[in-house]
Design a protein around this ligand. Structure first.
Ligand SMILES: Nc1nc2c(ncn2[C@@H]2O[C@H](COP(=O)(O)OP(=O)(O)O)[C@@H](O)[C@H]2O)c(=O)[nH]1
Ligand SMILES: [Mg+2]
Length: 222
């Protein structure tokens, strides 16, 4: 009986979240803003990837960022340095953003001025999985330093994403990880998403992530 009620509460919570996520997406659509939810473990390279995407895309698009973290001002300041509009979202003890938190951040952004919205989720591969934020595309960043088996140990999140970025390939040899093995694991879990190997130190693979963002913006929001 106790078990059943726990499941009911979780189901209601996720249902309520989905409803707000749909509203967020409808609001973004009204302003023609395409939003991306960047997920992945602490230190996998989410903030650096978003910073590099801003640098590569800011002459072409107006970009806004939502920095979600336990204490969000640090990553928020990294985004602000690039001259984009930023809303920091402190999650405190929560291990993921949710659609309700994002709905308030959307109120603080000038959506009429934006083309792209990058949302950095709280760092981990588990909690954000079930919480649609209302973004159009979901991206997961996983670093080779997390270990070769990290993808197959966390299949759920990889099922929900449109792009997997396997990052830090510049140090793959040092940590004795084969990034292609991680790529194959990701494709075994989800054969419809794209998988890109990157180094944000050498910028290898970055062009392909830029292409993904542009394609998502220009080619409809699926
Ligand atoms: N060697 C190497 N370091 C990286 C790479 N990408 C990110 N880093 C470093 O990893 C650390 C964590 O990156 P950050 O973007 O803050 O990760 P986040 O916690 O996912 O936002 C920083 O010191 C980055 O400079 C990469 O491709 N190669
Ligand atoms: Mg970060």
């Amino acid at each position: 009986m106790h078990f059943v009620s726990v499941i009911d509460v979780e189901r209601d919570l996720l249902k309520a979240n989905r409803k707000i996520a749909h509203k967020n997406r409808a609001l973004l659509d009204r302003y023609n803003v395409v939003a991306f939810d960047f997920m992945g473990a602490i230190g996998s390279g989410k903030t650096l990837l978003i910073e590099k995407l801003i640098e590569r895309l800011k002459d072409r698009y107006n970009i806004g960022c939502i920095a979600g973290d336990v204490i969000a001002k640090y990553d928020g300041e990294r985004f602000k340095k690039h001259g984009v509009e930023v809303v920091p979202l402190n999650t405190g003890k929560e291990c993921h953003l949710d659609a309700h938190l994002v709905s308030h951040a959307l109120e603080d952004l000038n959506l009429e001025d934006l083309d792209l919205l990058f949302i950095e989720n709280v760092g981990n591969l588990i909690c954000p999985t079930d919480f649609d934020l209302g973004a159009h595309k979901r991206v997961v960043v996983v670093s080779v330093t997390e270990g070769e088996d990290t993808v197959r140990k966390h299949p759920m999140i990889f099922k929900t994403v449109d792009l997997t970025v396997i990052n830090k390939i510049d140090v793959a040899e040092a940590v004795e990880v084969d990034p292609l093995k991680m790529k194959r694991d990701a494709q075994d879990i989800n054969d419809t998403m794209e998988v890109v190997l990157t180094s944000l130190k050498t910028n290898e693979g970055l062009d392909r992530v830029v292409d993904f963002i542009v394609k998502s913006k220009e080619g409809g929001r699926g």
